[in-house]
Design a protein around this ligand. Structure first.
Ligand code: URA
Length: 270
């Protein structure tokens, strides 16, 4: 009797486990939110040098607040922008910041460089310590450059999307060395194959403005992508200017080298 019951329990558990494993396959993959949150106890040990034992003691004494609320569990998820207080002392209180810069030619899309001036060096009058660039431009390229301290937001803006996901359009004004051939728009629509990455660009739209001037909309941000696309059709880019990323349009009032904070509308569509 006992053996039969054990056997039944074993079969029942196994069946349940298999069902559970099947269900897991249908769950969505971890989101970027999951990637950038951290457990409160890990955060306090790593960033503020508390020992795990001290964190547990502080939690049980209700001495830790996250965004104003007392937290009791060590696995409470925190982000780069959680306001964290321990015994009334602020450990982290960083707010998310977002800017657009009208990048001039000759400026590196980098935070620091020993030789060339960088995009961040143009952001005079603000603290740039925790800022990074969301979607680089080549040194000679001008136009819209986004700078932020919000890694989750910038990953959403720049991440390579799988073919099923909607991709973010990037719009460039392109001047070429030679007249644009009549087949170029069709070639870009079909996608250009990049051998080094074994990758074909998504259908891109080319609007011909004059013989050597065009507006190109692409959906990735591969290395030298626009230059390589034109090179693939036997042309050469001589001037490149980014006008737009998704719904963020380069502010026409921004002179070359000038920057401004993004509006809430520009931040929240991402
Ligand atoms: N494509 C390029 O070739 N260069 C840039 O700076 C941006 C897109």
């Amino acid at each position: 009797m006992q053996i039969q019951q054990d056997l039944l329990r074993f079969l029942y558990l196994n069946c349940f486990k298999r069902l559970f494993r099947q269900l897991l396959k249908f769950l969505p993959p971890p989101t970027q939110q999951d990637e950038i949150t951290m457990r409160l106890d890990r955060f306090l040990c790593k960033q503020a040098d508390y020992s795990r034992k001290t964190v547990l003691a502080l939690l049980s004494q209700q001495q830790i607040r996250v965004d104003g609320e007392v937290v009791l569990h060590r696995d409470h998820a925190v982000t780069d922008f959680s306001h964290i207080e321990v015994q009334g002392k602020t450990i982290q209180n960083t707010s998310a910041r977002y800017y657009m810069l009208n990048k001039p030619a000759g400026i590196l899309s980098a935070t620091t460089d020993p030789v060339h001036p960088t995009a961040l060096s143009l952001l005079t009058s603000i603290d740039t310590t925790d800022l990074h660039i969301a979607g680089r431009l080549d040194r000679a390229t001008t136009g819209l450059l986004i700078v932020t301290n919000d890694g989750k937001w910038s990953r959403k803006l720049t991440a390579l999307k799988s073919i099923e996901e909607p991709a973010i359009p990037k719009v460039y004004l392109v001047e070429t060395a030679y007249g644009i051939s009549p087949t170029t728009a069709q070639r870009f629509k079909e996608g250009i194959y990049f051998k080094t990455e074994n990758f074909t660009t998504r259908p891109a739209q080319l609007e011909i403005i004059t013989e050597k001037l065009s507006r190109l909309t692409i959906y990735e941000g591969r290395y030298h992508q626009v230059k390589r696309m034109f090179a693939a059709v036997g042309n050469r880019v001589v001037d490149l200017h980014r006008e737009k990323i998704g719904k963020i349009l380069l502010d026409p009032n921004l002179k070359l080298g000038a920057f401004r904070a993004l509006t809430l509308h520009e931040i929240y569509w991402v």
